[in-house]
Design a protein around this ligand. Sequence first.
Ligand code: ARG
Length: 589
Amino acid sequence: MASLAKELSAAAGAAFEAVGLEARFGEVRRSDKPELADFQCNGAMAAAKAAGRVPREIAVEIAGALKSHPLVLSAEVAGPGFINIRVSDAALSARAEAVRGDAMAGAEKAADAAVTVIDFGGANVAKPMHVGHLRSAVIGDTLQRMLRFLGDTVISDVHLGDWGLQMGHLVTELEDEQPGLIYFDAGYPGPYPKEAPVSIEDLGRLYPQASNKAKADEARNERSQRAVAEMQAGRAGYRALLRHFIDVSVEALKIDYGFLNVSFDLWKGESDVDRLIPGLVERFKAAGLAEQSDGAWIVHVARQSDKKEMPPVMLVNSRGGTGYHTTDLATIEDRMSTLKPMPERMLYVVDQRQALHFEQVYRAAGLLGLIEESRLEHIGFGTVNGADGKPFKTREGGVLRLADVLAMALEEADKKLAAANLPADMGADERADVAKKVAVAALRFSDLMNTRTTNYLFDLERFTSFEGKTGPYLMYAAVRVKSVLRKAAEARHAPGMAAVTQDTERALVLQLDGFGAALLGAREKRMPHILCEHLYSLAQAFSAFYAALPIAAEPDAAKRASRLALADAVRHQLETGLDLLGISVPARM
Ligand code: ARG
């Protein structure tokens, strides 16, 4: 069964068509005046304008047709031509039953499902992950979950930053510390040891060490740059070290991402497409798209219609090296030629401040015909700010590491649980598991609930609160519904047929009805906050219902069974929706 809103839209659309007007005017949505109506259709105004008719006349015709629809209790015209619709209790009851029994909790698959690559995470090998990477991970993973749920074939790729100057820093700094390692012997024919000569702690130390030296000493910096060039040119010992650095980093990254319930299908990086770069550069040249400029090869991507400056793509720099533009282009080529099924879209979940970079890359990709430019989308996001309104830093002023953020969130969650009324028989393991879930819910939801493109204030105290619009509040709401159902089950009271009669029950089912539209809207705009809003309103509608009516304590068996069915439908949709946000609900707390 489709949502009530969709059924009514179809009916109103047919009514518009029957009087010679376009079906699209029949769009029906939830009324913003619940005391007057459940749903409303405002299309008569626009239709009248298009047809040169009086809106109210059209509205009366459409309302007349809607009145005979089986779902509709009443359809009245108000004001200049608004149509206010009430649906019957029976329609709401059937809808609640359908949501409860549906694998998608009342949502429907997207009609335009596509094979979609989501490029997110973007951690850099050796460099610590920071809070900006947190946003990419959380938003990207939520999009991946939502799109899959709605029928898209998603291939996610972490796209590691593993091909820049940092690799040169690591090689040279390691050489200074352990010059005897076989990797530095240019004449050694291989093979190289399987065991990495460094740990993640070593990498965390070597990189800042070298980068600080390089900042103060240009010759030291040059040495790292030469090492990168040699690595890119294929020096075997350096390549073997690169492999070790990546493997050691990935192992550590999997722990941080895992904590956040974030996963990737592909753990590829910039270095994986290195082999494609010479051919790619040749094709740009052969197509007449690359131009020589001061010893570099560039691709002009500016257009007459550009409002702001659009610098050319740097294909090969004057030193003969390649950078971020070129690896991103080669990555597109790699994905189009190796992934099965072939991608139809690529979403890049990366900081808004990289917008220009992606615009340049997308245009160049389109020019060469790697993929149509319109199929590449930059899903930008704002920064995470501290109380001073600037990107969040540690107290010492450095960029915060993701691992520190996770530890802080866990500590704050633990504090909140200490103040909460947890079940007396909850042991240490269960409590630690709940604390972890609270921390993840706090971090993920507070990131996702904001319009993606805005900045937000990092405030763990608020994020972990069980009150207000927070992840822990929603998680607790779901736990509460589950506990109502569990206690009823213990008393041998099972959910039965839903029979909606009361206002708070009607409001609850109307809210349940909007799940699919919220998800499709969130998918279309790539805006997870739309789903967050829906789930928050659902939790509130359940609270109002629970405060107004007895559920398990209702003496009338049929009413009790109905309310348990409603509660069960809420549980199902809430858990399904929270799972799409990467938030898991403990059995109790
Ligand atoms: N490693 C980059 C950074 O830390 C992000 C990579 C984003 N993805 C991409 N295809 N460029 O800023």
